[in-house]
Design a protein around this ligand. Structure first.
Ligand code: INI
Length: 159
């Protein structure tokens, strides 16, 4: 039999930070609701969750870096919605945000979840914020719980 490391999705005593962009808050509030609902339904109490508002998605990596470096949280979720306009502004934001968040995860060892929708239009964003394609906030909360628990399993297995 192979050794299989696969965690459950139960929240223990861990604390989670959610950093959420105010830009496009019609969408991001829905992502936040999805994340909060999922954490609660998986056992988290409200005092285990801290929500930090950012002006826009571009600012998410700096706040994620600050929060993850504090070592007060087992995982950090970054939520935003970048919707294409008439210029290539969104391209610069998307790539920098993704790279910045990944950099923080690797540098701090704290899981940082990428909950930034990168859409062509509002409809696509709504569909991914509790509409017919799910809720990226929910997905990130589940991924955060799984990452935290998987890292614990790896540590307890001496890996
Ligand atoms: N921020 C977003 O989160 N989504 C967007 O679609 C967006 N657009 O398209 O401009 C956006 N811009 C603001 C940006 O994130 C910064 O807050 C701003 O540039 C100040 O640094």
């Amino acid at each position: 039999m192979p050794t299989i490391i696969e965690s459950n999705l139960l929240v223990g005593n861990d604390h989670f930070a959610i950093i959420v962009s105010r830009f496009n808050d019609l969408i991001t509030r829905r992502l936040l609701d999805g994340a909060l609902d999922t954490f609660r339904r998986h056992g988290a109490k409200d005092d285990q969750i801290t929500v930090v508002w950012a002006p826009g998605s571009f600012e998410l990596p700096q706040l994620a870096q600050h929060v993850a470096s504090s070592k007060k949280f087992s995982a950090v979720i970054a939520l935003g919605a970048v919707i294409q306009g008439e210029t290539t502004h969104h391209d610069y934001i998307n790539h920098q945000v993704a790279a910045g968040l990944m950099h923080t995860a690797q540098e701090t060892g704290v899981p940082v979840l990428f909950g930034v929708l990168t859409c062509e239009n509002l409809d696509q964003a709504l569909n991914r914020a509790g509409g017919k394609v799910g809720n990226k906030g929910t997905e990130c909360a589940l991924a955060a719980i799984e990452m935290v628990n998987t890292l614990k399993l790896l540590n307890s297995s001496g890996i």
